[in-house]
Write a protein that binds this ligand. Structure first.
Ligand SMILES: Cc1cc2nc3c(=O)[nH]c(=O)nc-3n(C[C@H](O)[C@H](O)[C@H](O)COP(=O)(O)OP(=O)(O)OC[C@H]3O[C@@H](n4cnc5c(N)ncnc54)[C@H](O)[C@@H]3O)c2cc1C
Length: 385
């Protein structure tokens, strides 16, 4: 199982994305972030590079790569900026992937090509205002069949990529039945612009400020019965699969942020002088950097392991949870240490380190909180229900 040697084409892809992040993203992303603006031109650039098509077959316009290769790209983007990285991550793993994994041939042919090309993006509507962690228990959004159409009512909270001018659709998890108290959950595809589908203005967020996150409301929103994704009643199983995969991707993003902290601090520790020497010569700073590099290494091995299992088609739920827990810890710890190493400059929004600090926290919350990851790991040990 353990083979961490990347194929030459994976190494090339990683180098290409690293150049894109350095030359195209880094010079401008701070301004987008400050304005809270979605970076359409950067997203178009990622589309031209084929990044949104990385794990999809060529018949849909994809690059024919695999999930691990996608994660390599996400890690390289997150070394520079997490808003851009999460736009790709969510666009592929939460947006296009459910259509690819569970859609009919007709649904794939209709929706995948423009998502795979990065011309449009898609979103995944699971979380609701009453709760994300306990979503199967607290879900209120409903979908009922009426005259050959699904009629959807309800509200979804914190949905990424949901309200941009290039958002194609949202896959919405909804209660489609409640026979004898048995809650049936199904996934319905709702294209942007469908009457009754209302994205709220975007949230004001602590971090990921150049990514698009919105509350969505559905009021008697009608779509054809054919917009059911996969089988009726399979929504719960579908979102568990999508979230397991999503955790691997978000782990690569967290690892990228943690690595970005090391990159910035290594440079700064050699440049910034205090008491006549570069601050890296002070052991307190050098040891912090050593700890930061060690955390990145462990986080990267953890997500490589989970991704390799996913690609090999063997169980990876526990490994994905471990990777998510370790990498989000690494991101938080490294962001805090990096800000300390930069001193006052690290507290300025114009510094990448300031952005890393603001962007790290969500990694312990999104796609299952750290508490949820611990529950999953404990369950795999047979010590939790
Ligand atoms: C920027 C951003 C983007 C997001 N994008 C999306 C998206 O695209 N699609 C989507 O569907 N969702 C998205 N989310 C939602 C995200 O997945 C949820 O916020 C997350 O799952 C937590 O749910 P919650 O916020 O309702 O917290 P809650 O579920 O209310 O949890 C609150 C606290 O209680 C803890 N807790 C709850 N239950 C337990 C338990 N049994 N044991 C121990 N602790 C527990 C949690 O760990 C947490 O600390 C996004 C969120 C943000 C902030």
């Amino acid at each position: 199982m353990v083979d961490y040697e990347l194929a030459p084409e994976q190494q090339d892809l990683r180098a290409t994305v690293a150049s894109f992040a350095r030359d195209v993203v880094a010079p401008v992303i701070g301004d987008y972030y400050e304005r809270g603006e979605f970076p359409y031109d950067i997203v178009a650039g990622m589309g031209k590079l084929g990044l949104f098509g990385l794990p999809f077959p060529e018949e849909f316009g994809g690059m024919g790569g695999d999930f691990l290769t996608l994660c390599l790209a996400i890690e390289e983007l997150a070394r520079v900026d997490s808003s851009v990285a999460i736009t790709l991550d969510a666009g592929v793993t939460l947006g296009a992937m459910p259509i690819f994994r569970f859609g009919t041939d007709e649904q794939r042919t209709r929706w995948l090509p423009e998502l795979v090309a990065g011309e449009r993006i898609a979103a995944f509507g699971l979380t609701e205002p009453d709760g994300g962690t306990d979503i199967p228990g607290t879900m209120r959004t409903t979908a009922r069949l009426d005259g050959g159409e699904w009629v959807v009512n309800g509200t979804k909270a914190f949905i990424t990529n949901a309200g941009t001018s290039i958002t194609s659709l949202v896959t919405v998890l909804a209660l489609s039945g409640n026979e004898g108290g048995e809650r049936e959950i199904s996934t319905i595809v709702i294209p942007s612009g469908t009457p009754g589908f209302h994205p709220a203005p975007k949230y004001s967020k602590v971090g990921w400020c150049a990514s698009d996150t919105r509350e969505l409301s559905f009021a008697d929103c009608r779509v054809p019965a054919a917009n059911l994704l996969g089988e009726r009643g399979r929504g719960y199983a579908q979102f568990l699969r999508i979230l397991d995969e999503g955790r691997v991707a978000i782990s690569s993003l967290a690892t990228g942020l943690a690595q970005g902290c090391v990159d910035e601090c290594t440079r700064y520790a050699n440049e910034r002088i205090s008491f006549g020497v570069p601050i890296g010569r002070h052991q307190a700073i050098a040891f912090k950097l050593a700890d930061m590099a060690a955390r990145v290494h462990a986080a990267r091995l953890a997500w490589y392991d989970a991704a390799a299992r996913l690609v090999a088609g063997v169980p990876f739920k526990k490994e994905a949870a471990i990777a998510k827990l370790l990498s989000s810890n690494a991101a938080m710890d490294n962001a805090r240490d990096a800000t300390q190493i930069f001193g006052g400059a690290g507290f300025m929004n114009e510094s990448p380190v300031g952005r890393f600090y603001r962007d790290a926290k969500i990694l312990e919350i999104g796609e299952g909180t750290s508490e949820v990851q611990r529950l999953l790991i404990a369950r795999s040990l047979g010590v939790s229900g």
